[in-house]
Write a protein that binds this ligand. Structure first.
Ligand SMILES: [Zn+2]
Length: 420
């Protein structure tokens, strides 16, 4: 029997309210770890009866489990609750400029298995990449003995902008208006989520990495391309938006950028730009430093190796090792740190974050050697009162950070839906 419009409306409102309450409790447990029913009441503002009801439902659904007892001063010990890692698994895919990495994670983002495929072409074919994603999902689920059809979802991070219709603009891949969402969908056995990898990495740093507890964090992704996410944390979760930080200008009339402009940050601190500078300072022969290619400079199409892939990562690692002693490598690290510091100072002056986090594979490779000089440069170019309240540090998510960031996409949807 169908109810009246009024009772249908009430039914919908009740459902919305129930979902909202489940989202509040689940997100609190997911982001901040074990808590008692009493803690959850305080954190969410829900009544004791509502929290009890919601917890009972979440436990029955397998999302949450009891995690021992907590002594409370004088009173009855309180039962702690936590999210259950075994509830579901997710896949995160890093479509990088140098490699494709597919990671299988439990839904609390602990790594279960990974598969990495180096990319040697400067401009990868989107269809070939979609095939690689399918192979990667098969490989990681087979390694872990997991059923691909049971995955909660597959998140894919791309180094570019994802438009609402699923078209991807990724200058570092040479992609303009590529219908990557439609190309991927037939290859993916679970709900597909596609987004910019700087945004998802920012979300992951806020959830599980160096951004935890920050009010407003800027997470810079340093790779061949350079991007940044602006992430705002609140007790209810994290919102993050992407920005084209790499194409903000740090030197008027400066180096030519692949976007066609001059003096962009990416033309100084992107991986290719760093290697090009090193090649110039060290007087290396041209092929050792292929540098940035403009779309019309069809390196791959002309059959010339693009120098991408594992080679780029290996050469950057060698540069960092050489930089321990004075010389061209150390000079390159110093110059990179100065430009990066200027780029960071611009962000701080503009947005006043409490934390800036440097992430991405270039940051993982160069960060430890470069961080003191980056901090120094950022400080010199930032207004004192802003510099004093901003912490600058390296990301803490480990080698599969971008894949892990992509894996936050299906999890975010689960949390938003109240775990259903
Ligand atoms: Zn640019």
């Amino acid at each position: 029997m169908r109810g009246s419009p009024v009772t249908r409306e009430v039914g919908r409102t009740t459902r919305d309210l129930r979902r909202h309450n489940r989202t509040s409790v689940l997100t609190r447990l997911y982001l901040h770890g074990p808590a008692s029913r009493f803690d959850l009441m305080k954190a969410t503002g829900l009544s004791s009866a509502t929290v009890s009801n919601v917890v009972t439902g979440l436990v029955a659904d397998g999302l949450v489990a009891e995690a021992g007892l907590l002594d409370s001063d004088g009173g009855r010990p309180r039962t702690l609750l936590e999210v259950r890692p075994g509830y579901a698994q997710v896949v995160g895919v890093d479509i990088g400029e140098t490699h494709v990495q597919v990671g299988l994670f439990d839904w609390t983002l602990d790594t279960v298995a990974t598969a990495t495929y180096p990319m040697d072409e400067g401009r990868p074919d989107p269809g070939v990449l979609a095939e690689l994603v399918r192979a990667g999902i098969e490989e990681v689920t087979a390694k872990a003995g997991a059923d691909p059809a049971a995955l909660l979802g597959v998140g894919v991070g791309v180094p570019g902008a994802v438009l609402p219709d699923g078209l991807v603009h990724a200058p570092t891949l040479g992609w303009a208006d590529v219908p990557f969402d439609a190309l991927l969908r037939p290859h993916v056995p679970a709900p597909l989520h596609l987004d910019n990898c700087a945004r998802t990495l920012g979300q992951a740093e806020m959830w599980r990495g160096a951004g935890r507890g920050a009010e407003r964090a800027i997470v810079g992704l340093l790779a061949v391309g350079v991007g940044a996410a602006v992430a705002t944390g609140s007790p209810g979760g994290v919102t993050s938006t992407t920005s084209e930080w790499g194409h903000t200008v740090v030197e008027a009339g400066g180096a030519l950028c692949r976007c066609g402009s001059h003096g962009c940050l990416e033309a100084y601190v992107g991986a290719d730009a760093i290697l090009e500078r090193y090649g110039r300072l060290a007087g290396l022969p041209e092929p050792a430093a292929p540098g940035r290619e403009l779309p019309e400079d069809a390196g791959a199409a002309s059959g010339r190796p693009s120098g991408r892939g594992a080679d780029t990562e290996a050469r950057l690692a060698a540069l960092v090792a050489d930089a321990a002693l004075p010389g061209p490598a150390a000079d390159t690290v110093r110059a990179t740190a100065e430009y990066l510091g200027i780029g960071i100072a611009n962000l701080i002056n503009l947005l006043g974050p409490d934390r800036v986090i440097l992430s991405g594979w270039v940051s993982a490779a160069m960060g430890p050697a470069m961080l003191p000089a980056v901090r120094d440069a950022a400080r010199r170019h930032t207004l004192d009162y802003l510099a004093e309240r901003t912490v600058l540090e390296l990301g803490r998510l480990g080698p599969e950070q971008v894949a892990l960031g992509a894996a936050t996409l299906p999890v975010h949807e689960l949390l938003t839906a109240g775990g259903r």
